[in-house]
Design a protein around this ligand. Structure first.
Ligand code: ADP
Ligand code: MG
Length: 383
């Protein structure tokens, strides 16, 4: 990697440091982080590496092996206008926000990114690039606030909401910043109370099934779903002024909404919340069959009530569930393409991948890419 780095940024003696931020899967609790719900994400082994070399010039330079161009910023007169190359706006937004929060450093940086994470596939490469950039900047400037990983997650969410323009909840950035090896997390998105829960199913592997379907509509539909939830909450609050968010509504509250679409959206939110609580119990009891059933029920609710799955995610989940070796499967992330996850008996992994890939290809004409997450990954850090 040193050679590639030096080809791009030139040769010198300054050591190159390596940082890493993982991607994440959400095991269960989908589309409820922005409804104040309890979710269960987990950092994965795959992620983005950053090769970082400080320099004396007051210039920030970032390139990525995944895309062309360079994000160039002169510290002495930084230009925070949005860039044409979409990827550059994630790190740019982070720098802008940190500077507005009194982050200061006079030295320069040369950074090369390399990802083992499929990009734009629902494994949260966007949160990874945001959290990675924040962590590098705070570390290089010896800024004390690096210890406050929850603050880092909040800043990065703000960047994605305001600078990039995707109204995501806190879950992705939280999982990337706070991940711990071998552990999934239970995160209450209203209070940010959290706990770690061991996730290492004996004899089963969590497979990440990438549909390779571009999530073209994902961002606009995401914001649309979020607006529907706000509308449903506002209606319910007329009857229940104390109701703080949609996940806190009673199990049948959706029936009180006037509109059929809002009813189904809300039924997903409320039932998904119940499934997360049940999943916590399943993990505590080591009941992996029940955990798998909850994953599948979550997918069906996202398919029929929340309508964020689409043909490809449904095809891959249906094919996965036809395999006897599969305990459960569901889409993960925003939906409309991207990845599904499946819990599969480890000894049947190869046969599973073959069968599901063939069926998926026959149903959609697309190739399936499969990654395994053999253990939960650690959060962002210096390697
Ligand atoms: P997801 O977060 O599910 O991967 P998003 O659409 O939210 O999908 O974010 C993907 C975007 O993040 C990419 O289109 C790109 O702009 C940016 N990105 C993520 N990782 C990298 C990387 N290693 N190099 C360049 N850009 C990246
Ligand atoms: Mg993202």
């Amino acid at each position: 990697m040193r050679d590639t780095f030096c080809q791009r940024f030139g040769e010198n003696e300054t050591p190159i440091q390596t940082y890493f931020a993982p991607g994440r899967v959400n095991l269960i609790g989908e589309h409820i982080d922005y409804n104040g719900g309890l979710v269960m994400p987990m950092a994965i082994e795959q992620g983005i590496k950053a090769y970082v070399r400080p320099s004396t010039e007051p210039v920030f330079r970032m390139q990525t092996l995944q895309s062309d161009g360079e994000l160039l910023l002169d510290w002495t007169m930084p230009n925070f206008e949005k860039r044409k190359a979409a990827w550059q706006n994630y790190p740019l937004g982070v720098i802008d926000l940190l500077m507005r929060n009194n982050w200061q450093w006079s030295g320069g940086l040369e950074i090369l990114l390399e990802s083992t994470l499929p990009i734009g596939s629902g494994l949260s490469s966007s949160a990874a690039i945001e959290v990675l950039t924040s962590y590098i900047l705070l570390d290089q400037a010896a800024d004390e606030r690096i210890k406050d990983r929850i603050q880092i997650a909040k800043w990065c969410q703000e960047v994605e909401n305001e600078f990039v323009g995707v109204k995501c909840g806190i879950m992705d950035q939280f999982a990337v910043a706070m991940g711990q090896e071998g552990q999934a997390m239970l995160l209450a998105c209203d209070t940010l109370a959290y706990q770690y829960v061991p996730f290492s199913p004996p004899n089963y592997t969590l497979l990440l099934l990438n549909t390779n379907k571009e999530r073209k509509l994902a961002d606009s539909k995401y914001n649309e779903r979020k607006a529907s939830c706000e509308q449903a909450l506002a209606q319910l609050q007329m009857a229940y002024p104390q109701l703080e968010h949609l996940c806190a509504a009673s199990p049948d509250a959706w029936k009180e909404l006037s509109d059929h679409v809002l009813q189904r959206r809300t039924r997903h939110v409320i039932s998904e919340q119940q499934r997360v609580v049940a999943a916590k119990g399943a993990l505590a009891n080591g009941d992996w069959h029940f955990f798998g059933n909850l994953m599948t029920a979550s997918h069906r609710s996202l398919q029929h009530d929340y309508e964020v799955t689409g043909k490809e995610l449904d095809a891959v989940v249906n094919a996965a569930l036809e395999e006897e070796s599969c305990l459960g499967a569901r889409m993960t992330g925003a939906g409309f393409g991207g990845c599904a996850i499946a819990l599969v008996r480890s000894e049947n992994e190869q046969a599973f991948i073959e069968q599901v890939s063939n069926k998926y290809q026959a149903a959609t004409g697309l190739n399936l890419s499969v990654l395994a997450s053999r253990k939960a990954g650690a959060g962002v850090g210096l390697l």
